[in-house]
Design a protein around this ligand. Structure first.
Ligand SMILES: [Zn+2]
Length: 208
């Protein structure tokens, strides 16, 4: 599903899931917090250096990859706007979920009406980081648990807190409980340590 040499493969896969190549917009991720607005004219393009795509257009699919990171699928039913964002440790340190809500607010979205579902991601038990890497998350002490010389970091909890602090209702935030490290059918960078790029792709489209 990688953009590096596997684009045709990705397009073929998405086409079988109802996302035609000329109506699918792809994100060229760089672990930042930029969220790009796209329209139907962006179909078939790769938007470089962006970890989020948002659109008010119907029948335009948003697509991006993840390994152990979170993909957040968001929908504003009032304004018929959708977004798909990728956030791992670096994105969440930059408050990517706050950026997600702010991106919707430019369309008039009321945060309490926003619906967010987060796909499979690595669980804290399988995500031990250096203490220095946990420092940006000090605002959410429950998200870090010291185990020996490492900190087990709960990226899901950080995402939830950022969404809630931005006004998204607790009941409107859902998580796929599956851990990418534990589930054999899911790809995990931490588990597999691949020498070539291997990724899973997520996509979101609002049909008219
Ligand atoms: Zn796990």
């Amino acid at each position: 599903m990688s953009l590096n040499g596997g684009f045709a493969n990705r397009q073929a896969y998405l086409a079988t899931h109802g996302c035609p190549p000329n109506r699918t917009v792809h994100a060229g991720l760089n672990h930042g917090t930029r969220i790009s607005e796209v329209t139907a004219t962006d179909g078939g393009r790769v938007i470089e250096a962006t970890d989020g795509l948002i659109t008010a257009a119907a029948n335009v699919a948003l697509a991006m990859t993840s390994a152990d990171c979170l993909l957040a699928y968001a929908y504003d039913p009032d304004h018929q706007v959708i977004a798909l964002v990728h956030a791992g440790r670096r994105g969440l340190a930059g408050r990517m979920m706050t950026a997600l809500v702010e991106a919707f607010q430019r369309f008039g979205t009321r945060p309490e009406h926003l619906l967010v579902t987060i796909g499979p991601s690595i669980c804290p038990q399988h995500y031990a980081v250096q203490p220095a890497d946990a420092v940006p998350f000090a605002a959410w002490p429950a998200a870090g648990r010291r185990v020996g010389e490492y900190v087990q970091l709960d990226l899901r909890l950080v995402a939830r807190r950022q969404l809630e602090e931005a006004g998204v209702g607790q009941a409107n935030i859902a998580f796929d409980p599956r851990c990418t490290f534990e589930e054999a059918e899911l790809f995990s960078y931490r588990r597999d340590h691949p020498t070539t790029s291997q990724l899973q792709v997520g996509y979101l489209m609002r049909r008219s």
